[in-house]
Design a protein around this ligand. Sequence first.
Ligand code: ASP
Length: 583
Amino acid sequence: MLRTHTCGELNISHCGQKVTLSGWIQRSRDLGGMTFIDLRDRYGITQLVFNMETNSELCLEARKLGREFVLQVKGQVEERSNKNSKISTGEIEIIVHKIKILNSSKTPPFTIEDKTDGGDELRMKYRYLDLRRNEVREKMELRHNLSILIRNYMNDLKFMEIETPYLIKSTPEGARDFVVPSRMNPNEFYALPQSPQTFKQLLMISGYDRYFQIVRCFRDEDLRADRQPEFTQIDCEMSFVEQEDILNTFEGLIKHLFMKVKGLSLSDFPRMSYADAMKYYGSDKPDTRFGMKFVELNNIVKGNGFSVFDNSELVVGICAENCSEYTRKQIDELTEFVKRPQVGATGLVYIKYNLDGSLKSSVDKFFTPEKLEEIAKEFGAKPGDLILILAGREEKTQTALNVLRLEMGNRLGLRDSDNYSPLWVVDFPLLEWDEDTNRYYAKHHPFTAPKPEDYSMLFTNAKDVRANAYDLVINGVEIGGGSIRIFDRDMQKDMFKVLGFSDEEAQKQFGFLLEAFEYGAPPHGGIAFGFDRLCSVFGGVESIRDFIAFPKNNNGRDIMIDSPSQIKQEQLDELQIKLVIKD
Ligand code: ASP
C-alpha cells in the first residue's frame, strides 16, 4: 500500500508514530520559515509541516507543489500547537521527512472547496473533480449508506435481489421508451426498461415470492430539475399479499431508514384517499407538514350576485393564519402569482379578518358583513387571519390553489426540511381520460387491479373505478408508488380492452404475460421507490441530480463525456440504419 493511514485517521494517540500518507493537496500556506500543506483524501484532511530551518531543501520542494498534486509523504505525527477543533485530525500534524510526487495536476477549473467558485455547467463538465468536494462526496456516501441499509433490511425479510434485463421490448403505454437497434436482428429494436414491472410479476409466477432490486430505469421524457432520463428505483414485489401487507412492509422499511440515518422514530403513516387529497389539498401528493386545508364554498357563496363565483364550477379557499395585516402590495403580489400562466387562475379574492374583529374583502360590494362572517366561520378563521379564494373549473382551480397553498407555506416558513410528514395516498382511480386522444389511460399502469367492489363498473362507469393503488408521499414529494396487480387472464384482457387495445394488439404486446397468467399466477402486488429522490429527501435537497455520481443536464446530455453523440457510418451500416436528418 502507498499509505499506512488515511488522511482522516490520525489523532493525538498516534503522536510519535512514523506514518505514510497519500492524497491530494487541498491548499498550502507559506509562513516565513514554515510551509503547511493540507493533504486530502476521501476520509479527511491532515496538515503536513515543512520547516525551513531544519530541512530547507524539502521545504523549498514543498513550496513548488500546486493544488491537487497527488503526493505520498513519509513523516512523524506530532501534536499541533495551534489546534483545529473542527476536524478530526485537528490536534496533530505530520512533520514530513520525505515527499514523493505521485502525479502532478493542472490548476483545477474551479476550487475544490465547500464554497466553490465553479458554476453548474463547469462542475458537470469536470464532475470527477466536483466529486472530490466534501458536499458532493457526502451525498454519495448517503446514497451508499441508504443502499446498504435497504439491502440488509430486505434481505432480513427474505426478499431476494434478482436482476432483470435491460434490453427488453418497447411498449406504447407509459412514457416514451429509449430504443436500441439490434445488429443481429435488422429492422428491430430493443427498448430500455421504464421499470421491471412485467418481469417482477413473472418472478411471482415463478414462485420467488419476495423480490426486490435496486435497478436503473429509463424514460425518454422531457426533463425537469428533479427528473433524469435514467434513474434508480427500489423495485419490490410480493406474493400472497393484500394492499395492507404491502403498506405495512414498506412503511417498516422507510421508518427503519429514518431511524438509522436520521435517528428519527416516525409514528405510523396516515392514509388519505386520492379523493380527499384532491378535495383538501388539490394534489395527489399533498405536503402535510402544514394544514391550510381547502374549504369549498359553493354552497355559501353562490347566488349573491357575484358572477365570477356564480359561474364557477368550484369556489374554494384557504385560510392563512396571522396574515390579515398583508399590505395591498403583498396581496397584489399573490394575485400576480396565481395569474401567471403556469398557475392559471383568473383572479384572487381575499377576506381579511382584522384584529379588531371586522372583515374586509375584495368583494365587499357583493357580500354583506354577515355573509363574510359566515364564510370566515366555514374556515374556522380568527381575527388576524387572511382568507384567499379562487374560483373556476374544478380541476384547474384545485391545482392553482395547491400552488398558492404551497407558496403561502413557504412564505410562512411552514415547510421546514427537517420536519418529515409521510403519508400514504390510497384508492387512486384506475383510469384517467385523455381528451386529446379520446381514450382512457391507466392511471398507474395496465397491470393494476381494480378494487374488487368496483370491477363490475369497468365497462359502464370506468372513470369511477378505483384501484388498489397507493403512493408514498413525504413532504409533498412522491417517493414511491405501487399497486395490487391483476393476476387473472380474463381480468387483464378486460383491462386492455378498456384501454382500447384490440385482442390482437394485447396479444402482440403482452401475450407472454397473459399466457403466464394461465400457469398458476399467485395474487401479488408491489411498489417501487424512486431511490434518487429518496436520497434527496434524506439529504434535504430538492434536486435528485446531486445524488447521482454522473448525472445528465437539463437537455439530457452528459456534458463530461459529450453524449449523446453521432456514431460512425460503419456502425450505422452494420445496424442497417439510414439516417434521415430533418432540418
Ligand atoms: N413499476 C411501477 C412504476 O415504475 C411501480 C410498481 O407498480 O411497482 O411506477
